[in-house]
Design a binder for this molecule. Structure first.
Ligand SMILES: [Zn+2]
Length: 303
């Protein structure tokens, strides 16, 4: 397995889904990934994750890019759109099929629910674990989706913020979807292909994606792609105590007051409140971020 040492240059990214404008929660991930890139003297890219076309809101991508610019978070290359990159995901899926890492699945959501109803009750919002029904073939049914063949070994990795992590993907989610029944490539496949294609060495993103990481590392292993370093940032919670999202009423950040929005995001990251302009604040926070997150990493890995 290749490791983050494969990368010779730091390259980070912010990868928003254009399901609505940036809000206080998504700005935390944007700011943290930008600061980490700057603190490492690396590059920062923006990727619009619009592969889930039914959830994409027309115009949200341009709005997000304008909001990032108003907050002084400028990318080092033009943004890319996942919807323009489906040929890469198709090639990756073909490769997984060729190497017997992927198989077609005929199950509907109802089939999976029925097959797993005897299992122990799952926590709310927990992912439906796929029981592997179609591993032995479609039994005359038509293929709806394609899934990755997982195996019983746990995936372990080191999160820069949360420390040692381990997950048995087969036990938690089972063989997960690569190509959905509606013809959209799954987030897990697109993100892994894009991170590798763009040479992303460090992934900094919200903690809601922490439990997706094992699936992505498993895919990297199957596709013989390097594994970036991961850092998952704290989530901003809505009034209902759940992750702030468009679904629970998160407001778009006010680009007329970028310092207000940036200070809120910085506070979530444990950075000091700033009263200067955007440029000055970003400079102070980059230095603070470097002390907190870059120097300890270098001490731990002198190479
Ligand atoms: Zn199935």
């Amino acid at each position: 397995m290749q490791s983050a040492e494969t990368f010779t240059h730091y390259r980070g990214r912010f990868a928003p889904s254009p399901t609505g404008p940036l809000h206080a929660g998504s700005l935390v991930a944007a700011l943290a990934s930008w600061l980490d890139s700057r603190a490492h003297g690396g590059q920062w890219l923006v990727r619009i994750e619009d592969v889930d076309t039914p959830r994409t809101v027309p115009g949200a991508d341009r709005l997000i890019l304008a909001q990032l610019a108003a907050c002084g978070l400028h990318a080092d290359a033009p943004p890319v759109w996942q919807s323009a990159r489906t040929g890469l995901y198709r090639a990756a899926l073909d490769s997984l099929v060729t190497h017997a890492f992927a198989y077609p699945c005929a199950c509907s959501r109802k089939d999976i629910e029925n097959a797993t109803s005897a299992d122990a009750p799952r926590p709310r919002h927990a992912e439906l674990r796929y029981p592997g029904t179609c591993r032995t073939g479609l039994h005359g049914k038509a293929a709806r989706a394609w899934r990755l063949l997982t195996h019983g070994a746990a995936i372990s990795w080191q999160d820069r913020a949360s420390g040692a992590q381990t997950q048995d993907v087969q036990d938690v989610v089972g063989d997960f979807v690569l190509l959905r029944a509606d013809g959209c490539f799954a987030y897990q496949l697109a993100v892994v292909v894009d991170d590798a294609d763009q040479g992303i060495s460090h992934v900094v993103r919200g903690a809601d994606l922490l439990d997706n990481t094992a699936r992505q590392i498993r895919l990297q292993q199957c596709l013989q792609l390097p594994t970036p370093k991961y850092l998952h940032t704290p989530l901003v919670l809505g009034a209902n105590g759940e992750k702030l999202s468009k679904q629970n009423g998160a407001q778009a950040i006010d680009t007329n007051q970028p310092m207000h929005a940036l200070n809120q995001a910085a506070a979530t990251l444990g950075l000091p409140v700033q009263s200067g302009n955007v440029e000055q604040a970003l400079s102070v926070w980059t230095a603070a971020w470097a002390s907190a997150w870059v120097r300890p990493e270098r001490q731990a890995c002198p190479t």
